[in-house]
Ligand binder design. Structure first.
Ligand code: SAH
Length: 351
């Protein structure tokens, strides 16, 4: 165990991230070093929907934050820690494994908050906090498709280890949605391309192309079906085991069209605020850096208004690298016209 609580705060680069990562799995090193670079933090900070929702949920709830001990899990540049300190927290502890925390220290200092915020470099699962318990946990842990490369496990560890009974988690709810889209042109370009490459059959490449979900913005007009909420994670009660799930979905077609792909997105809620705050990463909402995740289907479904496509979404962390996801969509489309009916399942890996 690493006891970084005794390391001098002001010293800045106490030891490099590389030293701290000795013995860590390659995938973990890759994950944490990706956060060393300032560009990734710039992208997150510039995601106004994201950052403003966190700011509002904290600033509009000064009565909740006042005189509380707050833990910022994965503090990055320290933005959420500073929101909490400005909202009147007694003390904020920010923890991050990445070397970006050295910049967070400088930022906290130039903003005159060094006496209110303690920043610890290390893995959340290994550091020793200067307080045995905390009243509030704040964290921005969401990845693409909500759970890809996600650090939700880490937030749950922090909750189970440090949160006082009745303590609050900001945000506390995440809901995942699925819908069907028309995307023939792009599918032809991305998947159909492999059917004929300079006169050669490249179908072995097509299989890989199909298993790779695409993170991209989807236009609202591409939606053929209603969205379907498939799962809500309540951060107060969810366990790591719940992050492997198989949930049903049913999608009602809103017009006669073709369904080439299923898409997924998530909404995030700060429901324990005075006035709940929610933001969506869906195609109907303002752009966020999470965009949407597109899963191309092996079949094209010819749907008529009022018909439904149903099936299951199965998600589990990959056995070898728990930050990767193994995702399966099964689909069942039954119509009176057997030439249009289709059933199948498709496996995807996010890595
Ligand atoms: N809170 C910041 C950064 C969010 S990105 C903001 O809102 O802008 C998530 C951060 O969590 C990254 O900097 C990453 O290095 C850190 N992180 C992820 N898992 C961690 C763990 N197990 N221990 C410590 N830090 C972790």
């Amino acid at each position: 165990m690493m006891d970084v609580s005794e390391t001098p705060q002001a010293a800045g680069g106490i030891s490099s991230s590389a030293d701290r990562m000795v013995g860590m799995e390659h995938a973990e090193v890759r994950y944490f070093t990706s956060y060393d670079h300032h560009g990734i933090h710039e992208e997150m900070l510039k995601d106004d929907v994201r950052t403003r929702s966190y700011r509002d949920s904290i600033y509009q709830n000064r009565h909740i934050f006042k005189d509380k001990v707050v833990l910022d899990v994965g503090c990055g540049t320290g933005i959420l820690s500073m929101f909490a300190a400005r909202a009147g927290a007694k003390h904020v502890i920010g923890v991050d494994m990445s070397s970006i925390i050295e910049k967070a220290r400088e930022i906290v200092a130039v903003n005159g908050l060094a006496d209110k915020i303690t920043l610890l470099q290390g893995k959340m699962e290994e550091v020793v906090l200067p307080f045995p318990k905390v009243d509030i946990i704040i964290s921005e842990w969401m990845g693409y498709f909500l759970l890809y490369e996600s650090m939700l496990d880490t937030v749950l560890y922090a909750r189970d280890t440090y949160l006082v009974p009745g303590g609050k988690i900001f945000p506390d709810k995440a809901t995942m949605y699925v819908a069907g889209i028309e995307d023939g042109e792009y599918k032809d370009d991305k998947i159909g391309f492999w059917d004929n490459v300079y006169g050669f059959d490249y179908s072995p490449m097509k299989e890989i192309a199909l298993t790779e979900p695409l993170v991209d913005t989807v236009e609202m007009k591409a939606l053929v079906t209603d969205p379907c909420a498939v799962i809500t994670l309540d951060l107060n009660t969810v366990t790591s085991a719940d992050l492997a799930f198989r949930v049903p979905y049913s999608l009602l077609a809103r017009r006669n069209d073709f369904v080439h792909a299923l898409i997924a997105w998530f909404d995030i809620e700060f429901s324990e605020c005075h006035k709940p705050i929610r933001f969506s990463t869906g195609p109907h909402a303002k752009y966020t850096h999470w965009k949407q995740t597109v899963f191309y289907l092996p079949d094209v479904l010819t749907v008529e208004e009022g018909e439904s496509v149903s099936g299951y979404l199965e998600n589990r962390p990959n056995d070898k690298n728990k930050r990767d996801l193994d995702i399966t969509f099964t689909y069942n489309f039954e119509t009176p016209d057997p030439t249009r009916s289709a059933q199948g399942s498709c496996f995807y890996r996010m890595c």
